[in-house]
Ligand binder design. Structure first.
Ligand SMILES: C[S@@+](CC[C@H](N)C(=O)[O-])C[C@H]1O[C@@H](n2cnc3c(N)ncnc32)[C@H](O)[C@@H]1O
Length: 211
């Protein structure tokens, strides 16, 4: 199932910019976004019943959000291109007795999964894609979400001060989720990182439904 950490996969714009595969972020120090806890926005979403049915966590990293969702009894698959991150997530799942599933897969080609989902979480993946990749990504999401399903995107926003490294405008979110999608809401949010203070970085929390 899409087991291809880099070879054969076109590097993403972020990988081309840094000259490194995403996997390199997980090979030494904890990655800058890897706080070791689920994001407060995801915890709140889960506690208010926003996550239903089968869930996909796209760009799951070391799996804290996925594991939190699984702890609520929901079937959830976390996918990431970074094999090291997926291995770390699987190890945490084993330690915690979690039923969360993890796979190495490219979020730009989710049809490779051969599965569909009621809910998709994107926590800090969308903002890593450039303007050319964003519509490819939303088409990929469309290939695996059920009709009437919901995508939640948590991404850095352009509303400073102290914006994250890939600030996204509301207009970019709306443009990427065009035909076949309803952008229900885009609310101000905060994202925790290892390089911001306890208030985190300014973010958007977008709720998007598949028609
Ligand atoms: C900023 S991190 C966020 C990780 C996690 N969601 C979190 O909240 O801690 C972005 C993640 O997306 C992954 N990623 C980047 N491009 C991807 C792609 N095309 N398909 C799947 N995962 C990707 C990276 O490896 C990285 O783990």
């Amino acid at each position: 199932m899409c087991e291809d950490p880099f070879g054969g996969r076109r590097p993403t714009s972020h990988e081309r910019m840094t000259g490194l595969p995403w996997d390199a972020s997980y090979q030494h120090e904890p990655a800058p976004w890897d706080t070791g806890r689920p994001q407060p926005a995801v915890v709140r979403l889960a506690s208010t019943g926003g996550l239903t049915g089968t869930v996909l966590d796209a760009g799951c990293g070391t799996g804290e959000n996925t594991l939190h969702i699984a702890s609520l009894g929901l079937p959830v698959l976390g996918v990431d291109v970074a094999g090291t991150a997926v291995a770390m997530a699987r190890e945490k799942a084993a330690e915690r007795g979690s039923e969360a599933e993890f796979a190495v897969a490219d979020a730009l080609h989710l049809d490779c999964l051969g599965r569909t989902f009621d809910t998709i979480l994107d926590c800090a993946l969308f903002h890593t894609f450039d303007a050319d990749e964003q519509p490819v990504y939303t088409a990929s999401l469309a290939s695996v979400i059920k009709q009437g399903g919901t995508v939640y995107v948590v991404c850095f926003s352009d509303q400073g001060p102290d914006t994250g490294p890939h600030p996204v405008t509301q207009a970019a979110l709306r443009a990427a989720f065009g035909e076949g999608w309803d952008v229900v809401s885009i609310e101000p949010e905060r994202v925790q990182t290892r390089f911001h203070d306890e208030n985190g970085a300014p973010a958007w929390f977008a709720t998007v439904e598949r028609r």
